[in-house]
Design a protein around this ligand. Structure first.
Ligand SMILES: [Ca+2]
Ligand SMILES: [Ca+2]
Ligand SMILES: [Ca+2]
Ligand SMILES: [Ca+2]
Length: 438
């Protein structure tokens, strides 16, 4: 056969087989008496089930081995018939991971005198495609879901450890990967760890280094799919935060194989089973006094210039639970003896809020209850604003002899927190007064 060969490229997974010749010619120096050809073969050197040669015999020649690594044409025919038929030969490779990057396809014919031709070779270059690995977190399901209890705080596995499955048609190794808390913010306090059988956190496993930072668990190191599968079975989620900002945490899995293909992203959804915490109260964030010490100033024996006292202007009041947030605020003032409630009271500034105040004071107790207006939903920050603006006023002519005990109580629908303060009297002495006539 003539020619110096032919070179072509086949792209892996392509549905277009590559032609193996261009203007194929058969010549025979035995011009006479017989230029007919008897058989021809097209063979992939080395063979293998991944190879597929296809020839269109056009009904002119017998054919065997169609679409395999070796096609044989039979029947005696002129060299021009063989040229036409052999010229239709095409090649494709069905492997996801072809066994080499170049294959030699050999053409040979035999004439009527049973003389073999020389071998002419076509070269097929394989354009390799890196197929991504496939990660099933809960086979046959791609994704997984689980629940973390805020109350128990027991770390939970983030994959179904009895049915996780990793596969890859063209790589034996994974080189790195991450499990990421989607949209992570540091105050969420989400934690991802690889835990050993004894419950301790691991920072490496069979050549893979493990680290966690800012909501991302990272793996570095080339290892088999089996090693990575074993690691993923040990990944646990936990969160010490008593105030989960969301009742649902989404984890994204991204792993990269040894030809740099990423898996299609897969996800685990973690539902947070919340625990209701009581509201938190700090009557003055600048001091740790408990109870908080407050002072009301009387001016002279007669309390000649009664001024209101802002009681809790540096207070902090909150309830972080998303479902059971603060609903009531009580402020209660007591002392051992009777109170003259018509001479001392609390003043509230509710402006800018959807809150209302109920005064249920009696001779023994000055009591106020702050609640949302009917149907209103009020954030804890509005309760805090009202608490910071509460004023105490006393218009009695004589100072009280004992201190007042103040109780601040905040409640959600089931839990209550209490803080207390002592309000002492400070009589400011005034100088004597001279009156000249009336
Ligand atoms: Ca491939
Ligand atoms: Ca791959
Ligand atoms: Ca909580
Ligand atoms: Ca609560």
């Amino acid at each position: 056969m003539a020619g110096t060969g032919f070179s072509t490229t086949f792209r892996e997974e392509s549905t277009n087989p590559a032609p193996l010749s261009n203007d194929l010619k058969i010549t025979d120096i035995d011009v006479l008496p017989n230029t007919n050809i008897k058989t021809a073969t097209i063979t992939v050197e080395g063979g293998g089930a991944e190879h597929h040669i296809h020839v269109d015999a056009q009904g002119l020649l017998g054919i065997s081995g169609q679409d395999t690594h070796m096609v044989t044409l039979t029947n005696s025919a002129s060299s021009s018939v063989y040229e036409n038929v052999l010229g239709t030969a095409t090649y494709w490779n069905s492997a996801d991971e072809p066994s080499a990057s170049i294959f030699k396809i050999q053409f040979q014919v035999q004439d009527a005198d049973d003389k073999q031709s020389s071998i002419s070779e076509a070269q097929v270059h394989i354009d390799f495609i890196c197929d991504p690995l496939v990660l099933l977190l809960d086979e046959p399901n791609t994704n997984y879901s689980t629940t973390f209890s805020e109350l128990d705080k027991i770390p939970v596995k983030v994959v179904n450890s009895t049915s996780i499955h990793l596969s890859d048609v063209d790589a034996q190794k994974i080189v790195r990967g991450t499990v990421t808390v989607v949209g992570f913010q540091s105050h969420w306090q989400d934690s991802l760890q690889v835990l050993g059988a004894d419950g301790s956190a691991m920072n490496s496993y069979q050549g893979v280094t493990i680290s966690y930072e800012n909501g991302q668990l990272s793996f570095e190191g080339e290892a088999t799919l089996q090693v990575y599968e074993n690691i993923l079975k040990k990944v646990h989620y936990s969160n010490p935060n008593p105030c989960p900002p969301s009742l649902s945490v989404l984890l994204k899995f991204d792993f990269i194989d040894d030809c740099e293909a990423h898996n299609e992203p897969v996800y685990t959804n973690i539902s947070i089973d919340p625990d209701n915490d009581p509201p938190t109260i700090d009557l003055d964030t600048t001091t740790s006094q408990d109870p908080l010490q407050l002072t009301y100033q009387f001016f002279g024996v007669e309390n000649t210039n009664p001024q209101p006292l802002v009681l809790f202007e540096r207070a902090a009041l909150d309830d972080c639970d998303t479902m059971h947030s603060m609903e009531y605020l009580y402020i209660i003032m007591t002392e051992a003896g009777d109170l003259e409630t018509n001479e001392e009271w609390l003043e509230f500034d509710l402006s800018g809020t959807a809150l209302q105040v109920h005064d249920t004071s009696n001779d023994f107790e000055i009591t106020y209850m702050v609640t949302p207006l009917p149907t209103a939903v009020v954030p804890p920050s509005d309760f805090q604003m009202v608490l910071r603006r509460v004023k105490y006023r006393n218009v009695a002519r004589k100072p009280f002899e004992t201190s007042r005990e103040l109780t601040v109580r905040a409640s959600d629908d089931t839990r209550t927190e209490t803080a207390s303060a002592i309000l002492s009297m400070d009589r400011v002495p005034l100088g004597p007064t001279i009156t000249l006539g009336k």
